[in-house]
Design a binder for this molecule. Structure first.
Ligand SMILES: CC(C)(COP(=O)(O)OP(=O)(O)OC[C@H]1O[C@@H](n2cnc3c(N)ncnc32)[C@H](O)[C@@H]1OP(=O)(O)O)[C@@H](O)C(=O)NCCC(=O)NCCS
Length: 190
């Protein structure tokens, strides 16, 4: 597996770039033409990891393309969606949305963190989370939160590395295949 050698913001392409010894990936905000690939990646995540996401595969699979276009079109000062691209392929995604009313808009929630299986273990999720944190800072967000099923050790370690701290446990959030799951609640103060 390639080691990461360089990461940083590329002024020319206006993207975060991470260069590994064996490949280069870019982390970029979504654009409307991503809708079909966004749908595919999100459905892949929901199908493969039903215990990791609150959203449900069947419900999302039934949504028309306008639903996916609408989610992309809704990004702006209240939400953002980042993809990791390797060439023309999207290999990872991560979203962030802030509170909608004046008293809660200083807080934002990370959602939908996913890296395709063959790309895991290279800390690519950290790059996506940093892109979200960068968006949060630019938009005067003061605290970023996320929730993660308490049994997902790999993801929890990733979030701890990214500066998130556990502030609580929400009991019995997710029920799948007869198993009830608690969520760990994590936050990073900016
Ligand atoms: C959680 C996830 C986004 C992490 O992405 P990543 O870019 O691989 O993150 P990292 O490289 O930091 O690895 C995180 C942990 O995954 C585990 N990991 C490493 N290589 C792996 C591989 N090839 N396959 C599966 N897990 C692997 C390791 O335990 C690692 O933690 P450690 O280095 O402290 O032991 C990714 O595993 C994923 O998409 N999982 C399925 C969906 C999910 O659980 N999303 C989180 C919802 S809140």
């Amino acid at each position: 597996m390639g080691e990461r050698t360089v990461r940083g913001f590329c002024g020319a392409c206006e993207r975060l770039v991470a260069i590994y010894t064996d490949h280069t990936i870019t982390i970029r905000p979504t654009q409307l033409t991503d809708a079909p690939a966004f749908r595919e990646l999100r459905l892949e995540a929901l199908r493969a990891h039903p215990e990791a996401f609150l959203a449900d595969y069947a419900t999302n699979e039934a949504e028309p393309m306008t639903f996916w276009e609408g989610r992309i079109a809704a990004t702006g000062s209240h939400s953002a969606l980042y993809f990791v691209a390797h060439g023309d392929n999207l290999i990872g995604m991560c979203g962030i949305r802030r509170g909608m009313s004046p008293k809660i808009e200083h807080g934002a929630l990370i959602w939908g963190v996913y890296v395709q299986p063959s790309w895991r273990g290279r800390h690519i999720a950290e790059e996506m989370l940093e892109a979200c944190i960068g968006w949060a800072r630019e938009n005067n967000v003061r605290v970023v939160k996320l929730a993660i099923v308490s049994t997902n050790g790999g993801a929890i370690r990733c979030y701890l590395r990214c500066g998130f701290q556990v502030y609580g446990v929400e009991p019995q959030v997710l029920f799948h295949n007869g198993v009830m799951q608690d969520d760990l609640l994590m936050a990073r103060i900016l």
